[in-house]
Structures are given as C-alpha cells and as structure tokens.
Design a binder for this molecule. Sequence first.
Ligand SMILES: Nc1ncnc2c1ncn2[C@@H]1O[C@H](COP(=O)(O)OP(=O)(O)O)[C@@H](O)[C@H]1O
Ligand SMILES: [Mg+2]
Length: 384
Amino acid sequence: MMDDQATAIAGALTGSALTRTILQAAPHAIMMVDAAGRVKAINESALSLFAHAGEAPEDLRVESMLPEVRFVGGPVWTGEDGAGAPVPLGVRHRLTGLRGDGRQAPLIAVFGEAQDETERLFSVFVIDLTDRAALDQEVQSLREELIHAGRVGEMAEMASAIAHEVAQPMSAAKNYLFALKLAMARPQPDGGRKLEELVSKVDAEIDRASGILGRLRNFMRKAPPTRSTHDLNEIVHEAAVLASTGAARLGIRLAFDLAPARPKAIVDKVQVQQVMVNLVRNAIDALETSNDRLIRVRTRDEPTGLVVEVADTGPGLPDSVLARLFEPFTTTKKDGMGLGLSISRRIMEGHGGALEAENQPGGGALFRMRLPHPDRTQTDEASA
Ligand SMILES: Nc1ncnc2c1ncn2[C@@H]1O[C@H](COP(=O)(O)OP(=O)(O)O)[C@@H](O)[C@H]1O
Ligand SMILES: [Mg+2]
C-alpha cells in the first residue's frame, strides 16, 4: 500500500495521468520547479495567476512570480535582511506575488521538496488572497459608510437647533456692530476704550459661531478611522455640548462629573463622540415627557477599564425595547431610524469595549460605555 502511494507520488513527478488530472483541477496554483527555479510542471490555476497572455510555462521564473524568493539549490530569501537564508519548507509564508497582469497579489505560499530519480525538485503551492483581501476591504468600507451615515443622520435631526445656535451669536454680533457705529459717530472721551470693548464683543460672538460650525464640520467629516491618545474627559465633554445644542431652551440641564485624574484613552475620537452624541440625543428625546429634565454625564477610571455613563431623568427603557435595544431598526420614535444604538455598540466593540444599558432604581435610563485602559488598547500600528 505504502509502496503503491510512493509509486504514485513518484509518478506525479514524472507526470502520470492521475496526478496531472489532480494538478490541473486544483483551485490553487501548483508548480514543480528544479533547484535552479526552472518550472518543470505547472497547473492551470498557476498559469492564469502568473503567466502573461500567451506566455509559455517554460519561460516562467519563480523570481518573477514570487520576487521575495530565489532558487539557488533550493528556495532562499532575496530580502535585504535575510538574503540568502533558506526558505523554511512545509510552512505557510505570507508573500506578495506578481501576477501575470502586472498587479501585486497578497498570497500564501508553501514550498516542499521531493527527490526525483534523477534530480531534486521542489513543489510550490500558492493560495491567492486577492479576492479575500478585496472582500475584507469592501466589508470594512461598508462599515465605515454606515458609521458615517449614522453621524450625518444624527446631525440632520439637529439641523434646526444648530442653525438657531449659530444665528444667535450672529445677530448678537450685528447688534454690537450697530452700537459700534453709533459710538464711532460720537467723540471718544475715554480714549476709545468703549469702541475696543464693542469690537472684542463682536470678535467673541463670531468665535462662538465658528466654534459651533467647526465642531460640526469635524464631526461630519468623512475620514478614515484613526486611533490616537485623547483626554477622555475632553472628548466626552465636547460631544455632550455639541449634542445638547438648543437643549437649554427645552429646560434640559447637563451635569458633568468627570474623573479628576483626566484618564487617557486610545480611541477614534470622532467615533467615540458619535456614541456620546447618540446617547445624549436619545436622553434629550426621552426627557420630552418629564418635568425634571437632567442629563448626568460621568467618566470614571476603574481597575477594569474606563467608564463613561450617560443617565437621564426620563421614563426609562420600556421592557419591550430592552430586549432588542441594540438591534438595528428598534425605535419607538415617529421619525426614528433605530440605528443609533446598534451603530454605537459596534463602535464600542470595535474599540475592545462595550455599551450597556439599564434602568436606574430611581427611574430614568442609564447607558454605560466601557473602554480598555490605554496600555491594553491595541493601536492601529500594533494590530497591523
Ligand atoms: N435614554 C433613553 N430613555 C428611554 N428610551 C431610550 C433611551 N435611549 C434609547 N431609548 C430607546 O431606544 C430606541 C432606539 O434608540 P436608537 O438606536 O438611538 O434609535 P432612534 O433614536 O432612532 O430611535 C429609542 O427609539 C428609544 O425607544
Ligand atoms: Mg438615537
């Protein structure tokens, strides 16, 4: 039996009908090459991956297909560092190949050795990862699209509150300019101090308006996700202020209880702010029916990680919603999309954290974001 197999394998090297069939039908690229890298046999998959149109198998060289490897009595690395070192046989190597159409291809290659009756031959198995990498990228960019769409949707709902908030400093500035014009027409007994005062008031109002627009623009920007170190309190505070634009006019108060140690977090700032904005916006919606209208924002540095809580004095989460709270399209609002919390949970999980919800004993909903400590956060560089 063993002898039969050995014969069959030996036959493969010399090209028996059976092995040729197997070789040709295999979905992965398979080649047999000699110790100098000359291609002795090649299957259909390898040809379509590596050969230019019309190129004959005999003209193919391993070096041009797999530029990281050369054959000198067997496969050796060409790379600067390990140049000349033998490529370990029988294990998977992540390599970049050069396709026949000139494009680079991420792939896995396994080299093996076989002794023919007459010469040493090497097998090269190649799995092309191009499609898989493209699919991963597609999924990733769809995920980013969804997250961005969530931000745009959240802001669209706030458009009139934001417009109002920008209009206020603009009309205040206009009033100060009018006063300035009147003052300029009169003599300046105080050496122009009154004029200076009015000018700096105009300045401050314009800063206020452009501050709101700047935060908005940052938040809406469509940028590839990047993680870096941030002051957790700062990003939480900024997002809560943005989300509560116009809330004061509804009698809603915001109370901050921020960790005095100013904990740092390695996060995608805009994404974490998006979670905050969604939680605060939901709290504002929930407070519509309450007399007591308070949103409490807390940050804490706990041994198990960083915690951000958003609690309100609204009616709390109904049982019917609790079970499906983080599922897409769960909403009790007339114009709600029901995407905010499902996107928010995904963002937190993408950061190695979590998003939890509960009803408080005294009434009202409480949402808790959890993030790992910076020293336990995988940075983009570390995970790449
Ligand atoms: N603070 C809260 N208090 C009460 N219910 C809430 C609160 N936050 C969220 N919910 C409930 O969860 C649902 C889903 O929220 P979300 O995913 O943000 O979608 P949307 O805000 O579009 O409805 C809301 O419709 C509401 O019923
Ligand atoms: Mg929402």
